[in-house]
Write a protein that binds this ligand. Structure first.
Ligand code: G3I
Length: 381
């Protein structure tokens, strides 16, 4: 039985009666997807299907998905989106809304409006929150990157930021991605593009964890990165760093793999073994940003075989997490292609999420649901 560490999905959300969705995919090659696209029964919800103590999360769309056109903020204006967000998931991660450029737009001004709205939404729907992120090389505001600050000033700025942001949500965030993507793919610390490490040295990473822990002793503090699903140079670098920090008494609680996968490449078959070696260090582990992109055929519509392969990747990622005792948080990076970051970043690729633009469920959705159900059944035996 998994340890029950936090509040899990409540069936109370069943009280929100969701009318049948009427959206129909323009082209639907998949019989699986067409079979039962609109069921909203409790048994058809990921959060309800999950074993006790295991949360199923999604990123909360935070803009930047269609750079050429303006569109209303999904979390605020897309009612269907919000309903599914509440019904399906027991954990939420702000996609962008807690990043520096959103939450700390000027040196002396924080803007908590969007982050507050997500945390409040989560509490109303009995969801936990993953905070993302405190120390990163990307999405930092210009005032910070181009401010010409002295080392002392930068250290004070980071400390104040962490104390303010983590402190504001103390007791309300289950896991924080304290340090995001601090190594490159060769396992070298980002000493050039990460302003904190470049200007203040690697020791600043330990300080970030210490300051976050002071501000919220209950939050679990994570390293988070991409391309660390397998045992490789990058994940080895984390494995070594974490041991070093733990030996120094630095409050590191977890290691998480983002899992931005592509069907162009093979599935990282050693994901479970990799998570297990971090588990063996006494850390929690998590899958935090899973999506599975693919090359779109000229028609723009994936084949049934592409959808099957995608579903297989989703299923295997979930199975790997379920197989590790301390992996109790499994998050997909958005649930609908409508608000996916992928097409903006990877030309010609997309269809990475478990629902279509119209919220129709793909085989990948059912793969997650059925895998969760099987795990729950096995635990109840
Ligand atoms: O802030 C501007 C805004 O002023 C402008 O109006 C708008 C439209 O042009 O763009 C806005 O910035 C966008 C930003 O999202 C917020 O909306 C950026 O162009 C866009 O590049 C940015 O993309 C985000 C990306 O992180 C940036 O690194 C994605 O939405 C987000 O999904 C992605 O998430 C990251 C995780 O944080 C870390 N792991 C990898 C993952 C995928 O890249």
């Amino acid at each position: 039985m998994r340890p029950l560490r936090f509040a899990t999905a409540s069936l109370a959300v069943a009280a929100l009666a969701l009318p049948l969705m009427t959206g129909v995919a323009t082209a639907d090659p998949s019989p699986d997807r067409a079979a039962a696209p609109h069921s909203n029964a409790t048994f058809d919800r990921l959060r309800a299907a999950a074993p006790e103590g295991f949360v199923v999360g999604t990123a909360v769309a935070g803009g930047g998905h269609h750079l050429s056109q303006d569109y209303p903020d999904p979390f605020t204006y897309d009612r269907e989106y919000r309903k599914i967000l509440a019904r399906q998931f027991s954990s939420v991660s702000p996609e962008n809304q807690m990043k520096w450029d959103y939450i700390h737009p000027e040196r002396d001004r924080y803007d908590f409006a969007q982050a507050d709205a997500i945390v409040e939404f989560a509490e109303r729907h009995d969801q936990v929150v993953r905070g993302h992120t405190l120390l990163w090389h990307s999405q930092n505001p210009e005032w910070l990157e181009k401010g010409g600050f002295s080392k002392e000033e930068l250290r004070a700025i980071l400390r104040e930021h962490i104390t303010t942001v983590v402190g504001r949500y103390a007791g309300r965030i289950q896991q924080w991605d304290v340090a995001n993507e601090i190594f490159d793919d060769q396992g070298r610390l980002r000493t050039q593009d990460n302003i904190w490490i470049r200007e203040l040295g690697p020791g600043i990473v330990a300080d970030a964890f210490r300051w976050a822990h002071e501000a919220d002793p209950a939050a679990k503090l994570f390293f988070n990165d991409y391309n660390v699903e397998s045992v490789n140079a990058k994940s080895n670098a984390y494995h070594a760093l974490v041991q070093d920090l733990l030996a120094q008494g630095v409050p590191v609680d977890g290691f998480s793999v983002q899992a931005h996968l592509s069907t162009r490449y093979g599935f990282p078959g050693d994901l479970k073994d990799n998570l297990r070696r971090f588990d063996a260090l006494g850390l929690e582990t998590a899958v935090t940003e899973l999506d599975v992109r693919m090359d779109l055929p000229e028609s723009g519509v994936p084949t049934a075989e592409q959808e099957r392969k995608q579903a297989d990747y989703y299923r295997r990622a979930l199975e790997a997490c379920l197989a590790v005792d301390g992996c109790n948080s499994f998050t997909i990076w958005g649930f609908t292609d409508k608000y996916s970051w992928v097409p903006v970043f990877f030309e010609g690729e997309g269809f990475a999420n478990v629902m279509t633009d119209d919220f129709d469920r793909k085989p990948a959705f059912y793969a997650l649901r059925d895998t969760l159900k099987a795990a729950k059944k096995a635990e109840n035996r």
